[in-house]
Design a protein around this ligand. Structure first.
Ligand code: NAG
Ligand code: NAG
Ligand code: NAG
Ligand code: NAG
Ligand code: NAG
Ligand code: NAG
Ligand code: NAG
Ligand code: NAG
Ligand code: NAG
Length: 639
């Protein structure tokens, strides 16, 4: 009897185990998952093909894992972009999120990120997933607001809802009880209203990303309680008011981005509390006052980006203590005084951009110690330089920008042996010839010498600038023909022109008929030759420039017809041909170019009816052509 009962017990256990093996999936979980699948309307990469009702969700369903002891689904993850060996496969799914997912009450991981087309709102039922520690629904098309119920997800460590179309405000209750949260990503949505001050409760938070929303109000003072923060990004919102003094308590913070808001007031002097900070971006705000000298106590800082504010006063000499700095971007503020000589101590500095301020000269020669400097932009400062300091040749710059800094006289010859890739000396009073040794600056890809007094022809050696892609020589007194510019050599596609501006000089034409066939012109986007006595015709071959967006030939004395072949340059947005001697009719194809925005043929000798066109072109664009008629000009007499 005893034996028999033990035997039947064993059989029973065996049967139970067998049953479990054959079907571990809990019926509630299975129903929830099948309901999720039902609301997926399109699954082109068959992410759910193994989710077959007759099979065991714990065993054979991709993206599902169960817990052995409870037999409940703990992980549901079908994110897009699978790294299949070395080539990632971009995946996609459309449909809405089933409220049944809220019945997966043992779920710990829910990852339905990067599926791109999950839409509709986030079901409030997901707030029932009280065991959840990871939720990612980012990079979908979800709308509506963040459910209030999420405050119950008190085991949650990571919540990512980035890159959807969520709107409404962040619920104040959300942060009340999420005491385990360490990663919160809500960026790239349309969330509005203030950042709830309850955010200060999330004391375990290490990463907080709310950038690119419509959040308004002030940065809560309570942000200073988030002592574990490593990454804080509140950029690209509508936040206003001051940066709270409390921010200085964030001693673990490595990256701080507050750019692109409406922040006012000073940079807080508490900034020196950010002892782990490496990247600080405060650009595109309305910050005022001077930089606090305490900034000199940031022992790890690599990047200071303060451009486009209204900061003023002298730069504190303490910046020279920041020997870990790689980048300084302070452009477009109201800084005054001299450039501190202590900047010469920044031995790791690679970029120094102090352009568009009110710095006065001279440039401290201590900067010669910046042997890692690659980019120096001091443009648009009243530096009164007169000459580029000779010691600049000891630097190893790739980019040198000294526009409007009071330079005079001729180009210094030492430039010929520099390895500069970008040189901008525009808007100065440079004179003399464009020297033939300019052809030795073979690493140049960007050259801006506009708004100076250079008077010569373009030397033949110019052709040797095989990497040059952008050239701006407008508003000088340059003369001669354009051959060495248009028939420049290039090193394969690198060195094909991108933009050319030679306007307001005394260059003579005609423009070579085959200009548009030159390989070096193939990728040209902008050709501006206005106000030069070019004469001749507009070459038909310009129509072959399939990237051309801007063509400006104003006041060039060109004759002949507007070639209808121009209409083959489908990307054209701007065509300005006024003040010439063009004759014949306006080709309808040109006037109907798909992207045409600016068109002006006024003051020519064009005739006939203006072809019908979709883009709104003002009357003024056609005036001064006695033979033209039809809308927007008065109707033609006998048509
Ligand atoms: C669930 O997912 C987490 C995180 O992706 C992973 O560490 C864990 O091993 C998974 N659990 C099971 C049972 O697969
Ligand atoms: C699961 O969730 C849905 C919707 O939230 C509900 O209608 C259903 O009754 C729940 N229970 C079970 C056992 O599926
Ligand atoms: C997201 O939704 C908008 C509006 O319904 C739609 O235009 C867009 O194509 C959708 N994007 C994706 C990736 O499904
Ligand atoms: C807050 O979290 C604790 C666990 O940390 C939990 O026991 C409690 O129910 C939660 N309270 C609310 C109102 O969600
Ligand atoms: C977000 O702000 C932008 C710019 O201020 C505005 O154009 C847009 O309508 C706002 N969107 C919402 C959903 O509030
Ligand atoms: C151009 O740049 C390369 C790589 O930066 C450098 O090795 C070379 O010396 C430079 N050439 C000239 C002419 O300066
Ligand atoms: C050259 O510099 C002038 C200002 O000095 C600027 O207006 C122009 O846009 C610059 N050209 C290019 C191609 O950047
Ligand atoms: C320019 O390069 C040529 C050829 O390499 C050389 O003979 C000449 O001395 C160089 N000119 C200058 C000013 O460096
Ligand atoms: C530079 O151009 C001149 C004139 O076109 C040419 O004679 C010379 O060989 C070129 N120098 C180099 C280094 O290519």
């Amino acid at each position: 009897m005893k034996n028999h009962s033990r035997k039947s017990h064993l059989i029973l256990i065996f049967i139970l185990i067998f049953l479990r093996i054959s079907e571990a999936c809990h019926p509630i979980d299975k129903q929830a998952l099948l309901n999720f699948k039902k609301l997926i309307t399109y699954d082109p990469s068959s992410l759910l093909k193994t989710w077959i009702p007759q099979t065991d969700c714990c065993k054979s369903w991709d993206g599902i894992s169960c817990d052995f002891s409870s037999d409940r689904v703990v992980n549901l993850s079908r994110p897009g972009v699978f790294s299949d060996d070395d080539s990632p496969v971009d995946t996609f799914m459309s449909g809405t999120l089933s409220p049944f997912l809220g019945n997966l009450s043992f779920l710990q991981v829910l990852d339905l990120s990067s599926l791109k087309s999950l839409k509709g709102s986030i079901p409030p039922e997901l707030g029932k997933l009280s065991r959840l520690n990871y939720m990612s629904l980012d990079s979908n098309n979800l709308t509506g607001s963040i459910p209030n119920t999420f405050h119950k997800l008190y085991q949650l460590k990571s919540l990512y809802l980035n890159n959807n179309r969520l709107s409404g405000s962040i619920p104040q209750v959300l942060f009340r009880n999420l005491t385990s949260l360490s990663n919160l990503g809500l960026s790239g949505n349309q969330l509005s209203g203030p950042i709830p001050s309850s955010i200060g409760n999330l004391v375990t938070l290490t990463n907080l990303d709310l950038h690119d929303n419509n959040l308004s109000g002030k940065i809560p003072e309570t942000t200073g309680q988030l002592k574990n923060l490593v990454y804080l990004d509140l950029s690209e919102n509508q936040l206003h008011g001051k940066i709270p003094q409390s921010i200085g308590s964030l001693s673990k913070l490595v990256e701080l981005y507050l750019n692109g808001n409406l922040l006012t007031g000073n940079i807080p002097s508490s900034i020196d509390g950010l002892s782990s900070l490496q990247y600080l971006r405060l650009s595109e705000n309305e910050l005022t006052g001077s930089i606090p000298p305490s900034i000199g106590n940031l022992p790890r800082i690599r990047s200071l980006i303060f451009e486009n504010n209204r900061l003023n006063g002298n730069l504190p000499a303490t910046i020279g203590h920041l020997t870990t700095l790689n980048d300084i971007y302070f452009s477009n503020n109201m800084f005054t005084g001299k450039i501190p000589s202590s900047l010469g101590n920044l031995k790791n500095l690679q970029s120094l951009d102090l352009s568009r301020n009110q710095f006065s000269g001279p440039i401290p020669s201590q900067l010669i110690k910046l042997q890692n400097l690659q980019e120096l932009d001091l443009s648009f400062n009243p530096l009164g330089l007169e000459k580029i300091p000779v010691w600049f040749q000891k630097l190893h710059l790739f980019r040198l920008l000294l526009a409007s800094t009071g330079l005079e006289g001729e180009l210094p010859k030492w430039l010929s042996s520099s390895s500069l890739a970008s040189l901008d000396l525009s808007s100065n009073s440079l004179t003399g010839k464009l020297p033939s040794w300019i052809g030795n600056m073979t690493n140049l890809s960007f050259l801006n010498l506009s708004n100076n007094g250079f008077h010569s022809s373009i030397p033949d050696e110019f052709k040797n600038l095989t990497l040059l892609t952008d050239i701006d020589l407008h508003s000088n007194k340059l003369s001669g023909n354009l051959k060495s510019i248009f028939s420049k050599t290039s090193e394969f596609a690198r060195g094909h022109y991108n933009t050319i501006d030679l306007s307001n000089n005394m260059f003579v034409g005609p423009i070579d008929e085959n200009n548009g066939d030159e390989p070096v012109m193939e990728f040209l986007e902008s050709l501006i030759l206005s106000h030069n006595p070019l004469r001749g015709n507009i070459p038909k071959s310009l129509g072959k420039l399939s990237y051309l967006e801007v063509l400006e030939l104003v006041g060039n004395g060109v004759t002949g017809q507007i070639p209808e072949e121009l209409a083959s340059a489908k990307t054209l947005k701007t065509i300005l041909l006024s003040k010439n001697s063009l004759s014949g009719q306006i080709p309808g194809e040109v006037l109907n170019l798909e992207y045409l925005q600016n068109f002006d043929v006024s003051r020519n000798r064009l005739r006939g009816k203006i072809p019908g066109h979709k883009s709104v072109i003002p009357v003024s664009a056609f005036l001064g052509n006695p033979g033209l008629c039809g809308a927007p000009l008065p109707p033609c007499k006998n048509s």
